[in-house]
Every structure is written in C-alpha cells, then in structure tokens.
Design a binder for this molecule. Structure first.
Ligand SMILES: Cc1cc2nc3c(=O)[nH]c(=O)nc-3n(C[C@H](O)[C@H](O)[C@H](O)COP(=O)(O)OP(=O)(O)OC[C@H]3O[C@@H](n4cnc5c(N)ncnc54)[C@H](O)[C@@H]3O)c2cc1C
Length: 392
C-alpha cells in the first residue's frame, strides 16, 4: 500500500476496481494476456466486508439455466489450472444433494442439467448420507461432481498468480472518482491512474459507483446471516465435516431455498444458510441490530429440526456476508451502454463464486474487444428497462 502522502500517478493498459473474487480473476486473465493491469481495492487485504471472504463456497455442475451449466466444465478446468499454478488444493469433492418435492419443476431442471442426475428416495438418502431426513413426498437428486471451494485460499491464489504475471495490486486505496473518455481517469485516496480500459467489479458498492456514470442498475445488496450449527453428538455419521453439500428447492416454507455445506471455518460445525436476506447498505451491514427480529434464524432452526435432526437447532456461530442481487438473479456482465471502454461485472446474486474463473475470462474478453467464449445475452445491462435514465 502506498503511504497516503505520496500521490501515485501511472498509466496502465487496464484498471480493475474491486479485488473480490470477480475482480481478482478478471485481473488474473488480463495479466496472463500480457496486459499491464492495475487492480484497486478499497480495504487492506484480506478483508471480510464484501462478498468473497470465508473459507468455503459450493461448486456444482447442476444449474437449471443452460447458460450457466454450459460454463461449469470451463470453470472446473480453470479452478484446476489455478491449483496447478499455485501448488495448492482449492477444492474438496463432497457431492451435493438437492432436496425437494418429487416432480418439482425446479428440482427437475437441476436434474436435467446433469444429464441423468441420480434420484434418491428417503431410504436411499438415509443410507448414503445418514444425517438427512426427507419429508413425505420428497426426493433428493445427487450431483456427485460438486464440492467445496476453499474461498479465502482461492482469493489469495488468484491474486498471487496475477502478481506473478506482472500485475499491480494496490489495496487500502479507495476509488473516489471515474472520469470516462478515450482514456479513463481514476482518482483514488492515494493517486490518479489512467488507462484506455476500465473494469468495475465493486460488488455491493457497484450501484452507487455507476450512478455518476449515468447508469441506474437494479442492484440490491442483501445482508445474509451466515450460520454454523453444532452436531448434537460430535463426529456422528454423515454430519459436520463429512457431510455432502445440499440445497433445497420448492419447499413452501423456504421459497428462496436453504443450502448447507461442511464448515471449513469451524471444523465439526455445519454451515446452513437461507439463500436470502434483508436489504442493506454495504457500509452498514455490520451494525448491531439489537431487538430486530431474525426471521431467517427461525426458518433455519425449524428446517434443521426436521431435515438435519443430528444438529443442535440453535446456531453455534453467526456471521454476516453480502449478496448483490439483480431482479432476475442473473449476473450483469456487459459494457457500459454509453462508454464502451468501461466494462461492468456485478449482481452475482449469491451464486457467483464457483463461476468466477469464467466470469473473469468473459470480462477480460469484453474489455479487450475479443469474441466472448460464452453466450452473453442473459447478462446484458439493457435487459433492465430504464437503466439509462440517469445518462449524462
Ligand atoms: C454467505 C455467502 C455464501 C455464498 N455461497 C456461495 C456458494 O456457495 N457458491 C457460489 O458460487 N457463490 C456463493 N456466494 C456468492 C459469491 O461469494 C459472490 O457472488 C462473490 O463473492 C462476489 O464477488 P465480487 O468480487 O463481485 O464481490 P466482492 O467480494 O464484494 O468484491 C468487491 C470488491 O470491491 C471493492 N470495492 C468496492 N468499492 C470500491 C472502491 N470505491 N474502491 C476500491 N475498491 C472497492 C470491495 O471492497 C470489495 O473487495 C456466497 C455469498 C455469500 C455472501
């Protein structure tokens, strides 16, 4: 980090704002394409105030939308490449079970994405994964490719390779102003930088960031309660660190879904969260909310009593994280409609980590004017009406 008194001035091929997993993978691909790249982060790294911190994220092949499931082989391959480049293990295969009513259209869509995803009835599930209890009329679909990504370690690894390829990462340096033009000027708390290309991957801060650039993106930051649950009997079969990941579909009591994974953060605990949260401002998400009801916790406690009876029904540890949701929960990966040398990657809606290697590649391709390797239509900014309302 530069001393605040020093004013840095420099010119780069590309500037990337935000060193979460998306900005870091974008910068990684750019540096590997021999572009002189500056990656700017407002907080000192590592930090836990965005969306990419923690030890664990689910990765799976199953996706109901074909445009994501087609990216997954590419994503698995790129994660393996990063493991090879850094000599670190970034993934543990655990399998994932999707739980829901038999015949639920959402569950069927996930199953179809696996080709012939194996269906387990209550007895087969209990035999294979003894920690889980299905309710009457419910089944599980198994994605055996799925597992847990070691999130913090992955972020460190991708930033390390970025630097190894000549990239510059400046943390503790907040971007204050962006001046568009053929050369974009970026002013931070410590310097002024110029580049012909800019990429904004600022997570929950992106909405406020792009408003002065004439864009009103429908991005909603959500405060997510991240809960860890203790086994009633430590080391009991099928729970804690030996459990598969899971997610629910079509449960009337949890329409947004509940998901869980073996906790790498707290060995022996299981991480089980509601795939939804309350609207927040990223600057205020860690405010103490004394006396405020926590409906997510009540929902999770009730779910755990029924579906994971080997866990204590009260969370042992609670933390917070941020989702940044779009109305359709699809990502935004596009050029600014007016300033084509500014590319935006945002709105990862709580499912972007596993796809970050591909997202980074696509943002790199968009920025360099190359043909994107995947269909970009679902991620266009202009799918939302009125985004250019504030155009300069
Ligand atoms: C609890 C939880 C569980 C999740 N589980 C999964 C999962 O199992 N599988 C999965 O695939 N995904 C999961 N996700 C989603 C995934 O983690 C996110 O989609 C992803 O981390 C988003 O990364 P990002 O880089 O867009 O955002 P961030 O990590 O928030 O990065 C944005 C960065 O921009 C920086 N920034 C903002 N403003 C400025 C500024 N002015 N100047 C400089 N820097 C700035 C921020 O400080 C931040 O570091 C989960 C998310 C949460 C919260």
């Amino acid at each position: 980090m530069a001393a605040p008194s020093q004013t840095q001035k420099a010119t780069y091929d590309v500037i990337v704002i935000g060193a979460g997993i998306q900005g870091s993978f974008t910068a990684y691909h750019l540096a590997k394409c021999h572009r002189n790249t500056l990656l700017l982060e407002q907080f000192l790294l590592p930090h836990s105030r965005g969306s990419s911190h923690g030890q664990s994220r689910i990765i799976r092949s199953a996706y109901p939308q074909e445009y994501y499931s087609r990216m997954m082989p590419d994503s698995f391959r790129l994660w393996q490449q990063l493991e090879a480049e850094t000599g670190t293990t970034l993934y543990r295969q655990t399998g994932l079970v999707m739980l829901g009513p038999a015949g639920d259209p959402g569950l069927e869509a996930y199953r179809r994405s696996l080709g012939d995803g194996q269906i387990l009835d209550a007895a087969a599930l209990a035999q294979r994964f003894p920690g889980f209890r299905l309710q009457a009329g419910e089944v599980a679909v198994l994605d055996s490719t799925a597992g847990v990504l070691f999130a913090d370690r992955a972020l460190r690894a991708v930033q390390e390779v970025f630097r190894r390829h000549g990239g510059t990462l400046r943390d503790g340096e907040k971007v204050l102003r962006i001046e568009p033009g053929a050369t974009v000027t970026v002013t931070t708390t410590a310097g002024v930088y110029r580049a012909p290309r800019l990429i904004i991957t600022a997570g929950a801060w992106t909405g406020a960031f792009v408003e002065p650039l004439g864009l009103r993106l429908p991005l909603q930051p959500l405060r997510i309660d991240v809960c860890y649950w203790r086994e009633k009997q430590p080391g009991s079969a099928g729970m804690g660190s030996v459990s598969p990941c899971f997610l629910t579909l079509g449960l009337s009591q949890a329409p947004h879904g509940i998901y869980g994974l073996p906790s790498l953060e707290y060995p022996g605990l299981m991480k089980v969260c509601h795939h939804h949260g309350s609207p927040t401002d990223p600057e205020k998400r860690d405010q103490v909310l004394s006396g405020v009801p926590r409906p997510d916790i009540a929902l999770l406690s009730s779910f755990i009593s029924s579906y994971l009876p080997g866990l204590e029904p009260q969370p042992a540890v609670m933390e917070t994280c941020l989702y940044t949701n779009t109305p359709d929960e699809d990502f935004i990966l596009d050029r600014h409609p007016k300033f084509c040398n500014i590319v935006i990657g945002a709105g990862f809606s709580g499912h972007g980590f596993k796809l970050a290697p591909v997202v980074g590649k696509l943002l790199c391709e968009l920025s360099l004017g190359e043909e994107p390797s995947h269909n970009m239509a679902p991620f266009a900014i202009t799918r939302f009406p009125g985004v250019l309302g504030a155009a300069q």
